[in-house]
Design a protein around this ligand. Structure first.
Ligand code: F0G
Length: 459
């Protein structure tokens, strides 16, 4: 059978509101050409993020009804803990309300000012939480991971030689932990191989550096390993995931991704002293250690989600869906980060709209054009997000790349929704030369992409 179908049928439906192109033109102008300012109701296909946007299953909704809301010692917590232990084999499981809360608590306990934390690529909240402790976040992804058009099976791998060099230069005592983001979101949702996880862990062990996974998309990463790494094809995703975690001393996780839940996260780790300090911090801001800022029903939904996310039929469909979108865009001549990642397709807007100079924000311009043309919401990952204004000249210091991410929510859209997205791109490719650049009209001092406003640059 050629077509990989959605391995589910739909029991509850949420209507989509169709809008006209004229309506969308007015709405995006009103939003200051910033898609974060749109009402979700005015969006037809929302590819802003795969985080917290999954559709839960009938078993998860049933688990919600069974959630135990006891303040301390909730049954749902023990289900959550036991599922996480089954996958990670890590001793302490500490629930948090989402991934960045896990990061804040981990780094508050582990970091001192001036220390460094290497990773393949730190996600922005991870980097921000490290910098908030006045420590340094260092990205060591392999060189292949930085070339959008280059095909490579594990573009998320960390450059082990550069890690050794960093340890030699800065000293192991200044590196309180090393991380690996699986899959590597900032680098295009690209996987990390088991071999690389093992190699990084060996270097860390040799120098006594704790090794943590940012495990948001661990199941997608495990399935890429099954598909692409020699000798892994016969193993189940759970076996591979357990092998990934076997090399780690701990992890942070946003359950809003591969937890198949709408909220939640956790830290899991082996170190008793760190775990004790983290639970003390948790009580201060998140809640008692058996709920950590979540309702019992959330813990129950995550426990079930972590089971379903490792289902092979689900993972086969999940990766096929992203690849389908990516390969079709490639066929249309749309330049994307190759190969497509696990949760999203990243379009190289700077290459696609080569008539728009990077200072005129081609990524933002493409995002707005996608909305006006087809009601699709994407997110710019480029100069708007990572560039900055030179305080002296007032000019834009542009980012390395201007990408537009099309993130696919889990189990939400059907193949015809994806076909529709492809058709919208077909139309945009035809008239891409009409798309104009944008200029900032307002920008806040930090995290400017969330609240900035823009104006179109006249022809
Ligand atoms: N780490 C990675 C790799 C992530 O992708 C995210 C979130 C986080 C940590 C933080 O988790 O949102 O639960 O606090 N990524 C979302 C995204 C927001 O759209 O890529 P959180």
């Amino acid at each position: 059978m050629k077509t990989i179908i959605e391995p589910f049928k739909i029991k509850a439906v949420e209507p989509l509101r169709l809008t006209s192109r004229d309506e969308r033109r007015a709405l995006i102008a009103e939003a200051g050409y910033n898609l974060f300012n749109l009402r979700a109701e005015d969006v037809l296909i929302d590819l802003l993020t795969d985080s917290g946007t999954a559709a839960m299953s009938q078993e998860q909704w049933a688990a919600v009804m069974r959630g135990d809301e006891a303040y301390a010692g909730s049954r749902s917590f023990y289900e959550f803990e036991s599922k996480i232990r089954e996958i990670t084999n890590l001793k302490h499981v500490i629930p948090t309300h989402q991934g960045r809360a896990a990061e804040r608590i981990l780094f508050s306990v582990a970091l001192r000012p001036g220390q460094v934390v290497p990773s393949n690529n730190h996600f922005d909240t991870t980097r921000a939480n490290i910098e908030f402790q006045r420590a340094e976040a260092i990205d060591l992804v392999i060189p292949e991971g930085k070339v959008p058009a280059l095909e490579h099976p594990f573009k998320g791998n960390l450059d082990v030689a550069r890690l050794e060099k960093l340890i030699a230069e800065r000293g192991a005592k200044n590196i309180p932990l090393c991380m690996l983001t699986v899959t590597n979101n900032t680098g295009g949702g690209q996987p990390v191989s088991l071999e690389n996880i093992r190699a990084v862990s060996q270097v860390c062990r040799k120098h006594g550096i704790p090794f943590f996974l940012d495990a948001c998309r661990f199941a997608e990463n495990a399935y890429f390993i099954k598909l692409r790494e020699p000798g892994q094809a016969e193993r189940t995703p759970l076996e591979i995931a357990r092998d990934m975690f076997r090399h780690a001393d701990g992890c942070t996780m946003s359950a809003k991704k591969d937890g198949l839940a709408n909220i939640g996260g956790f830290i899991a780790l082996n170190d008793d002293a760190w775990a004790r300090d983290m639970r003390n911090l948790l009580i201060l801001t998140e809640g008692f250690p058996t709920y950590g800022g979540l309702a019992g029903r959330d813990l129950a939904a995550i426990a079930r989600g972590l089971e379903e996310v490792l289902d092979e039929d689900y993972l086969r469909y999940r990766l096929a869906c992203v690849r389908y979108l990516g390969d079709h865009l490639t066929r249309l001549g749309v330049p994307i980060v190759r190969p497509p990642g696990g949760h999203a397709v990243f379009v190289d807007a700077r290459a696609m709209l080569s008539h728009i100079p990077p200072g005129e924000l081609p990524g933002q311009a493409l995002s707005c054009a996608l909305y006006v043309e087809g009601g699709i919401r994407s997110v710019e990952i480029g100069t708007v997000m990572f560039g900055r204004r030179d305080p002296e000249s007032g000019r834009e210091i542009v980012a390395d790349m201007d990408l537009v991410r099309l993130a696919i929510p889990r189990r939400v859209y059907t193949q015809s929704h994806v076909d529709y997205v492809i058709e919208v791109f077909e139309e945009l490719v035809r008239r891409k030369d009409d798309i104009r650049g944008l200029a900032f009209e307002y920008q806040p001092p930090f995290l400017r992409h969330f609240t900035a406003r823009f104006r179109p640059i006249a022809a």
